[in-house]
Structure formats: structure tokens, C-alpha cells
Design a protein around this ligand. Structure first.
Ligand code: C2E
Ligand code: CA
Ligand code: CA
Length: 768
């Protein structure tokens, strides 16, 4: 027997089964999609069970009360389901709705709807049931739902919520980018279909509520879009736009190597103006000079653009194959690397060149010179280093810009002068270096060249002096750096000599420099360890009586042996360290004088005062402090100064000497006759004694002239009432001559060499 009731029941069961399948599938997917959306979509799916079960009960109901319970469950379930659907829709459309007024309002409406539905059991304001035949032809009777006014309100509330859901989808659809609209549009259509179906079932007043079909349909859509949907075409859409907007040029070919498409960048890189991919291919073949488009390859190429500048491109060609390995086409990827290449070129240039002058820099120079020396180990070369005298002065006085101008001008001249095979660079600061084959260098020419070229350089009214230090290179025994160092050493040796412009290094220079360094670094220690010893050379008067002596320094060096002043005084005089020695010698003299004072010896001691002492210390304070400290008579201490001391900074040093004389010291002018000996100076010099240099006694060919000059000096000094002492007296003859000439004091080997204190004290008081 055909039963409509059975048919509906079966339909309900089928729907329940379909729903269950969706739920099981969704449940399996759930773990992969954590988060609010999967939770809320599961909740919708579960809640669809409730109206389905209600419907099922209503269909099978044998009494009106069971039927009413069934329909009540159906209506409550719908409310629950739509509430969950709202939550789902909000999550799906990514609206933040939790805790909003809208959420509360909707919850309230649904709750009222549910209460009203429950109240219907007693009030029958929504529906009642009536035993009725299912259709006109059948005798089969069921409890048919009879809608009252309340059902429409109930329905209206649900419709409002559904409209809110629809509104959410529509507004999302409008705002989301085109390729993503699908996701919303399909679900939206499903919901709308569901609403239409629902409306139809309510209005058609059919025997059973068949709206459940719509719910299950919606449930399936929700399951699908929440868990399964993968927007495949978005991938294509995205890859299309990646290619269109790619920073590299891309050209596609079909299987027959017909160009199908070229992106904008390809047209721009290849400078093809009309939009035909064929032209791009032609241009590409033109640039590369022809390539085999049937294979993969990577090449780099360059071409001249419309502005005649080189552009550099990297071209990759790749075949495209399907899953089975059949060729489906190919594509070019064209990367414009011009900027990178230029940047690299510039970086390489910078790392090899000096920015200001454009010459090679030091490191590149060394590299090239080393390569040349390696290539030609037995070759003979010259390393020539140029140095601008007093370049600091130009920098400070004329400013950096002018100084830079000088450097650029020198660089230019070097470029002009140098032979093609010569390697040259700006070494650093004002130093330039050139490495030339010896046949390309003529040292005599070089001297003239450096004088004439240097004079033309500066725009300012000051002559530039350039010194060249030259080292003859043969063999590979010293590094290029050391070679340049030796050139610099050579330059340093003529720095103060304005007559010399070029100097060729020889090994003595290096040895003397090493010696200087050793002396300088050993000196402090030497004073402390009393390796510095005062010697004394006696001075006698014209009656042969011992008057005193001159303090002369000796260095008892632990490794170098006994050093006379000539070995170290000039060196420490240059760097000012002489003051340390002098201070020590002066104090030694005072100690001796103090001792003699106690033992009743009435002798004088002369000490030497270097011109540098005037710079490096307060001589007046230094000496007067010593006098006070040792409580001695200042007149016993004779101060030997040279004319150089008063030549530089004359005024100030003369006043110092005056103050020293006023204090009671005896000031002697040392080495008179050996230096400039401006007689005029004697007039202004505040001195007590003239110490005549030994030059006049030395064995020169012009003995007669020397004697005449000596006699004149003595006469003049006597007339100026200036006592004299003559040093370097070596023989009895010399002594007798000097006595005849009227000299009163003598010092020299005839009497004694400089000796240590104990020997000095043992000397006879009378020499003859
Ligand atoms: P000086 O001050 O003119 O000292 C005289 C030099 O002549 C001494 O040389 C002495 O040994 C030498 N001499 C003395 N008599 C004769 C002689 O008959 N024949 C010859 N040929 N030479 C004689 P020394 O001691 O080697 O000193 C050389 C120079 O070193 C000194 O010349 C002085 O300028 C400097 N010096 C020595 N000791 C000191 C010092 O303590 N301080 C400073 N600032 N300079 C010193
Ligand atoms: Ca002296
Ligand atoms: Ca002297």
C-alpha cells in the first residue's frame, strides 16, 4: 500500500542521513581548520538535526499531542538553527559581532520566539493540528499543521534574522576583491534559495513542513565552503597578475614556438613599442645574435638602448612540460641587470681608485706592482714616491679645496709624464707613487722635471716644493710596502734641504734611521740606569793653573759600547730629547760643585746648553732651582750657549740670558767662529766669555790666514773687554802662540782629554 506518510518519513530519514554524512565529513576536517569559523559551522550542522527530528516525530505522530510536540520541536529547532546560522555568517564574513548590540538583539528575538513557541502548546496562537486527509484522493489521515497568526510573526522574526545574514553576505561581497566574491556569492545564493523554499512551504500550507530540505541543503553548502572550498581559479588569477606585474620581462611561446604573450616589462626592457610579442622575439634574437629556442639556456647579454647607453640583461629560457613530460610551450625570463652591473662596476672602480684624483689607490697599486715584480723577477725598476713639502701648510692656510686642487693637478701631471708601462697611484694624503722600468726613468731629467712642473701647479702665490724619494728595485727580497717606506725615508733625509729635490735611497739611510730609533727608545732607561756619565775636560789659564772644566756627556751603552756625543747628541737634539740629558748633566755639575764647595776646591764648571733647551724647558727656573737646591755660587757655573740659541727667537732668549747673568751665572758663547759668527751679534749678545772654536787651530792649508783671523778675534774681544777661552789646544806650540796673542784661558788635549770625575780630581793644579 502506498503511504504518503511513509514517503515523508523516508524523506526525513534520507535528510537525516545526508546531514549526518556532512557532519561526519566536517568533523574529520575540523581539526585541520581550528578557529571560530569551524566551530560555528559545526554548530549550525548539529542544530539542523533538531527540526529534522521534530519533523520526523510530527510525521509519524499518532495523536495530536505527539504531533504538536513534533511541530514544536521543529519550530524551536528552526530558531536554534537560524541563530547558529547568524553566528556562522558573521564569522564567515569576518564581522566582529560578538558582544555587539546586534548580537544581543537577535538573541533576544530568537529567545522570545522560542518562548512563544513553547507557550503555543497551551495557547495555540501559532499553530494547532487537525486530523485531515493528506490529499483529496487519499483516505490516509495525518495531523496537519494549522497556522495561526503567531506563526507568521514567528516566521517574520526568522526572516528578519535571515535578512541580516543576507545583508552581511551582500556587504561582504561588495567590499571583497573580485576573485574572492565567489566564496560569498554561492553561499548567499544558497541562503536565498533556502528562504524562498521556506516561504513557499509556509505559504503553501502543505500537509507537512518540508522546509527541512532547505536546511540540509544549506548545511551542505556550509560544510563545503567552510571545510572543502579551495578557490582554484584564484591561483590562476594570481599567477596571471604575478606575470603581468613581474619585475622581469616574460614571453610565452606555444608548442610551435609562436609567441603568445609578453608582459609589460618585456616590452619595456626590449624597447618594443607596439604590443606584439613577435617583435619582442625578433629583438631578443637580435640582441643575443640567435639562440636555440628548443632548449633550456641561461645567457647574459648587453645591447645599446635608444639613448646609446649599454643595458645589461640576463636571459633564461625554459621549456614547459605537462605531467607526462610532453612539451606544452616555453618561456623567456629577461632580467634587466643594468643597475646591478653599473653598481658593481662603480664599486669595483671605487675599490681600486682614489676618488679625488682618479688614480689607482694604494691597494690596487700594490697589487699591480706585485704582479709586475712577480712576472719579471729579474727586472730592474724604480719606485718613485713624491711628497709635497709642508702640505699641511696648504691645507691649513689655503683650505681643503685649494689643497685638493693641488693634488688633482699633480695627479694630472703624473699621468702626463709617466710612461705607458709605468704603474702609478695616489699612495695616501699628499704622497704619490710610481713604479717604472728603469729604462723609462732618467734621474737627471727627473730632477729638472720636478722643479719645473711643481712651479706651475698652484693658483695661489706660494711655491710648491716637491721631493722625490727613489728606490732602485731589483729582485723580490723586500715587499712593495717596504720599498715605499724606504722612499719615504729617503725623502725625510732631504726634507729640510731646500736645494735637493730628488734623493735615491741607500742603505746607510735605513741604518741611521734604525740607529735613531734605538737611541730615542733607549735614552730614558739610560739616564735612569746611569749609563749617561759626565766627563770633564779641564781648562787652564795662561799661568798653567787649573781653573775648572767643561762637562761633556758620554753614554756607556750596554750593547753599543762607549758612545761619544757625536753618535747621539745630533739625534736627540733633533727631537728635543736633549733636554733630558742636559738636565741630568746640569744637576751632575751642581752636585760636583757642591762637593767641591765642601772640600774647598775653588773650580768652575761649564755646562752645555742646547738651543732646543730654550724650547723645551724654562732654563732660568731650572738653573736657579739647582743653585738653590745645592746651595752653590752661580758664578761657578758657566753656561755655554751657541749663537743659534739667540738667532731663533732672539728677543726672548736674550732676555733669558740677561736674567741669568743678573742672577750671577757666567755666560759663555761656545764655538765662536764655527757657525755664522756674525760679529754684529757680539754687540747685542749678553755674554761674559767668548769661547773660540778649534777650527782656527786645525791643520788647514791656510794656516797664515787662520792665525790672522784668530789674532783679530782676540784683539777685538780684548777691546770689548770680553775674556776668551780657546778650545782644541793640542800642542805646546799652539799654547805658546795663543798666549802671545793674549788669550788667557785654554782647553784641549794638550792638557787632557775629557775624563771621569775621579781622574779629573787627580789632575795637577798646575800644568806647566
Ligand atoms: P763642544 O761643546 O764644542 O765640546 C768640545 C768638544 O771638543 C768635545 O767633544 C771635546 O772632547 C773636544 N775636544 C776638546 N779638546 C780637543 C782637542 O784638543 N782636539 C780635538 N780634536 N777635540 C777636542 P765631545 O765631548 O765629543 O763633544 C762634542 C760636542 O757634543 C760638544 O762640543 C757639544 O756640542 C756636544 N755635547 C757634549 N756634551 C754635551 C752635553 O752635555 N750637552 C749638550 N747640549 N751638548 C753636549
Ligand atoms: Ca761646549
Ligand atoms: Ca765648543
Amino acid at each position: 500500500m502506498h503511504s504518503m506518510r511513509l514517503e515523508y518519513a523516508t524523506e526525513s530519514i534520507v535528510l537525516i542521513v545526508l546531514l549526518s554524512v556532512s557532519i561526519i565529513l566536517a568533523y574529520n576536517q575540523k581539526t585541520k581548520h581550528p578557529g571560530n569559523l569551524s566551530r560555528s559551522s559545526m554548530r549550525v550542522l548539529y542544530s539542523i538535526y533538531v527540526p529534522l527530528i521534530g519533523n520526523f516525530i510530527a510525521i509519524l505522530a499518532g495523536s495530536s499531542i505527539v504531533s504538536i510536540i513534533g511541530y514544536t520541536i521543529l519550530l524551536l529547532g528552526m530558531n536554534l538553527m537560524i541563530l547558529n546560522m547568524f553566528t556562522f555568517a558573521m564569522d564567515y564574513c569576518e564581522f566582529r559581532y560578538r558582544g555587539t548590540l546586534l548580537q544581543r538583539l537577535i538573541s533576544l528575538l530568537i529567545t522570545l520566539n522560542c518562548l512563544s513557541t513553547i507557550a503555543n502548546i497551551f495557547l495555540h496562537h501559532i499553530f494547532t493540528v487537525k486530523l485531515d486527509s493528506i490529499s483529496g484522493t487519499s483516505s490516509e489521515k495525518i495531523f496537519r499543521i494549522q497556522s495561526s497568526f503567531g506563526r507568521y510573526i514567528n516566521f517574520a522574526v526568522l526572516t528578519v534574522v535571515m535578512l541580516v545574514i543576507v545583508f552581511a553576505f551582500v556587504s561582504k561581497c561588495i567590499r571583497v576583491a573580485h576573485p574572492y566574491q565567489e566564496k560569498y556569492r554561492i553561499l548567499l545564493s544558497g541562503f536565498i534559495l533556502c528562504i524562498i523554499w521556506e516561504t513557499y512551504t509556509v505559504l503553501s500550507n502543505s500537509a507537512y513542513d518540508r522546509s527541512a530540505i532547505g536546511y540540509v541543503f544549506c548545511g551542505f553548502l556550509i560544510y563545503y565552503f567552510s571545510f572543502c572550498y579551495k578557490p582554484i581559479f584564484i591561483k590562476r588569477y594570481l599567477s596571471d597578475s604575478v606575470i603581468e606585474n613581474h619585475t622581469d620581462g616574460i614571453i610565452f611561446y606555444d608548442i610551435d614556438v609562436n609567441p603568445i604573450y609578453a608582459n609589460d616589462k618585456a616590452y619595456r626592457i626590449l624597447q618594443v613599442s607596439d604590443n606584439t610579442p613577435d617583435k619582442c622575439t625578433d629583438r631578443l634574437l637580435d640582441i643575443t645574435g640567435g639562440v636555440d629556442i628548443n632548449n633550456d639556456f641561461d645567457i647574459s647579454s648587453r645591447y645599446k638602448d635608444n639613448e646609446d647607453n649599454y643595458r645589461y640583461i640576463n636571459i633564461n629560457h625554459r621549456l614547459m612540460k605537462d605531467k607526462n613530460g610532453y612539451k606544452i610551450g616555453s618561456f623567456f625570463n629577461i632580467h634587466d641587470s643594468t643597475e646591478e652591473v653599473l653598481r658593481n662596476q662603480e664599486r669595483r672602480w671605487r675599490s681600486n681608485h682614489d676618488e679625488l684624483t682618479g688614480l689607482y689607490n694604494k691597494s690596487r697599486f700594490i697589487e699591480l706592482v706585485n704582479a709586475e715584480r712577480y712576472r719579471n723577477p729579474s727586472g730592474k725598476f724604480y719606485m718613485i714616491v713624491s711628497d709635497i713639502n709642508d702640505f699641511k701648510f696648504f691645507n691649513e692656510v689655503f683650505g681643503r679645496e685649494e689643497a685638493d686642487h693641488i693634488l688633482v693637478a699633480i695627479a694630472q701631471q703624473i699621468t702626463e709624464i709617466c710612461h705607458n708601462d709605468t704603474i702609478y697611484c695616489r699612495w695616501n694624503g699628499d704622497l704619490f707613487a710610481a713604479f717604472a722600468r728603469d729604462q723609462d726613468v732618467n734621474l737627471d731629467e727627473l730632477d729638472k722635471l720636478v722643479r719645473s712642473k711643481a712651479s706651475g701647479i698652484t693658483r695661489i702665490n706660494r711655491q710648491i716644493i716637491i721631493h722625490l724619494g727613489i728606490y732602485a728595485v731589483s729582485g723580490n727580497d723586500i715587499t712593495t710596502n717596504s720599498i715605499v717606506d724606504r722612499c719615504l725615508l729617503a725623502i725625510a733625509s732631504i726634507k729640510d734641504d731646500y736645494s735637493k729635490r730628488i734623493v735615491v735611497y741607500d742603505d746607510k739611510l735605513r741604518k741611521s734611521r734604525l740607529w735613531e730609533q734605538q737611541i730615542t727608545s733607549d735614552l730614558d732607561d739610560a739616564i735612569e740606569k746611569q749609563q749617561i756619565v759626565p766627563y770633564i775636560q779641564p781648562q787652564y789659564n795662561d799661568e798653567g793653573i787649573l781653573e775648572g772644566g767643561e762637562m761633556l756627556v758620554r753614554w756607556n751603552h750596554p750593547t753599543e759600547g762607549f758612545l761619544s756625543p757625536a753618535r747621539f747628541i745630533p739625534i736627540i737634539e733633533r727631537n728635543g730629547m736633549i733636554s733630558k740629558v742636559d738636565r741630568y748633566m746640569w744637576e751632575s755639575a751642581c752636585v760636583i760643585l757642591a762637593k767641591w764647595k765642601n772640600t774647598g776646591k775653588k773650580l768652575n764648571l761649564s755646562i752645555n746648553i742646547s738651543p732646543k733647551d730654550f724650547y723645551f724647558m724654562d732654563i732660568y727656573k731650572e738653573l736657579t732651582d739647582l743653585i738653590t737646591k745645592y746651595d752653590i755660587q752661580p758664578a761657578r757655573l758657566h753656561l755655554e750657549i751657541t749663537e743659534t740659541s739667540v738667532m731663533n727667537n732672539a728677543q726672548e732668549n736674550i732676555s733669558t740670558l740677561n736674567r741669568l747673568r743678573e742672577y750671577g751665572f757666567t755666560v759663555e758663547m761656545d764655538d765662536f767662529g764655527s757657525g755664522y759668527s756674525s760679529l754684529n751679534m757680539l754687540k747685542d749678545m749678553p755674554i761674559d766669555v767668548l769661547k773660540i772654536d778649534m777650527v782656527f787651530l786645525s791643520k788647514t792649508s791656510n794656516r797664515d790666514k787662520s792665525t790672522i783671523i784668530l789674532q783679530s778675534i782676540i784683539n777685538m774681544a780684548n777691546e770689548l773687554q770680553l775674556p776668551q777661552i780657546t778650545e782644541g789646544v793640542e800642542t805646546r806650540n799652539q799654547l805658546d802662540m795663543l798666549r802671545r796673542m793674549g788669550c788667557k784661558l785654554f782647553q784641549g788635549y794638550y792638557f787632557s782629554k775629557p775624563v771621569p770625575l775621579d781622574e779629573f780630581e787627580a789632575l795637577p793644579d798646575k800644568a806647566f
